[in-house]
Design a protein around this ligand. Structure first.
Ligand code: ADP
Ligand code: MG
Length: 363
């Protein structure tokens, strides 16, 4: 129960298809993040679940019920919008309890739910204030409290923390996870921020230009990106993905070459061209590689200090990549070897950009 199923769902505005053949199942009680760049169709997807947008084709199920033609008010959903609006003339307590009053809940139920939401969202002491007497963060929490008291089966949030500063956002993220762990609603959370997605999500659905790119746990999305887009979107800084060619056991990047371990050669098969990917933290830059055959000559161009780590931009021939070094980073202008951790490389098809998979021992 409480699952959400998209079956070949498409959404068009006039001739413009903004959600393309979406197939996806969100398990009941799961915390799903809809992630992707601005304009990729996240809000549209969420609004289709809420019943605020018509579905152009395909089927949408909430639980075992097809809801394409079910009114929003009959879907048992509660939604927090990016640009939430509180009722300015009502107090915090009145704002939070309003929906329950309208739906004629008994007054002791209204009071207990409202008090609980006030406590959970740390609004104690602010109950009698009007929205204009609150900070942005406090208003945001009132908007969340207002949605929580409904105790709907589906809790839908559209970039709910985007108005908060970074510190408050990190705090509010944890509070949201706690709320979910208490109520176990099916939780769909839209964000364009991949850090937020990694920290809040049990699953991530990554979209680009209306198409689902990856649907997996944060861990898998990070460690085994389904395609080039996913590798480059997830991770901060993102993975290096460069065009490469392959011939008889050797990988070539712009004319530089290194041996590829046998297990990887099997993955490449008969391909001559591919994309080679590696996360910045999985690269060693060293003057003395373990085995020169399995490394490429590189030139350090620029070093960035992140405080606890260093970002080292380097070139293999004309191809620029980024490595993260813990300490003792090489200096700009230095000639080094680029030595990948071969347990952590990713290869992608040059045409489809899909991940070619991993050698057996790494699966
Ligand atoms: P996201 O939330 O990922 O930023 P949206 O779902 O809001 O993206 O929008 C996806 C695409 O649909 C965008 O290109 C946007 O311009 C378009 N779009 C959204 N709403 C409408 C609308 N009501 N009419 C026409 N086009 C729309
Ligand atoms: Mg949006």
């Amino acid at each position: 129960m409480k699952e959400i199923v998209f079956n070949q769902v498409c959404k068009s505005y006039d001739q413009n298809q903004v959600v393309k053949n979406l197939n996806m199942k969100v398990e009941g009680g799961e915390r799903l993040i809809l992630l992707g760049p601005s304009g990729c169709g996240k809000s549209t997807t969420l609004r289709m679940i809420a019943g605020l947008e018509d579905i152009t084709s395909g089927d949408l199920y909430l639980g075992d019920k097809r809801v394409n033609d079910v009114e929003s008010g009959d879907r048992n959903v509660s939604m927090v919008f990016q640009n939430y609006a509180l009722y300015p003339h009502m107090t915090v307590r009145q704002n939070i309890s309003y929906a329950l009053k309208v739906n004629k809940f008994p007054s002791d139920e209204i009071n207990s739910r409202t008090s609980e939401a006030i406590r959970m969202l740390d609004l104690t002491g602010l109950e009698e204030r009007k929205p204009k007497e609150l900070s942005g963060g406090q208003r945001q929490r009132v908007a969340l409290a207002r949605a929580i008291v409904k105790r709907a089966d589906y809790f839908l949030l559209d970039e709910p923390l985007s108005n908060l500063d970074a510190q408050l956002r990190a705090y509010a993220r944890k509070e949201l996870v706690k709320i979910h762990e208490q109520y176990h609603q099916t939780f769909v959370y839209v964000t364009h921020d991949q850090i937020e997605a990694m920290t809040v999500g049990q699953k991530i659905a990554l979209m680009n230009e209306g198409t689902l790119q990856a649907f997996d746990t944060p861990q898998n999305i990070y460690k085994k990106p389904a395609n080039v887009f996913t590798a480059k979107f997830i991770g901060s800084p993102p993975a290096n993905v460069v065009e490469a060619s392959y011939d008889a056991g050797y990988l070539y990047i712009e004319g530089a070459k290194m041996k590829l371990p046998d297990a990887w050669c099997k993955v490449v098969g008969s391909r001559n061209r591919l994309y080679f990917g590696i996360r910045p933290e999985d690269i060693h830059l060293t003057r003395a590689p373990k085995d020169k055959d399995y490394a490429m000559k590189a030139l350090v161009r620029y070093v960035e200090n992140y405080g606890n780590q260093l970002g080292v931009y380097f070139q293999v021939k004309g191809m620029e990549m980024l490595a993260i070094c813990e300490d003792a980073a090489p200096m700009p202008g230095e000639n080094v070897y680029f030595e990948p951790d071969f347990d952590k490389i990713h290869l992608f098809d040059i045409e489809t950009t899909n991940n070619l998979g991993y050698p057996k021992k790494l699966q």
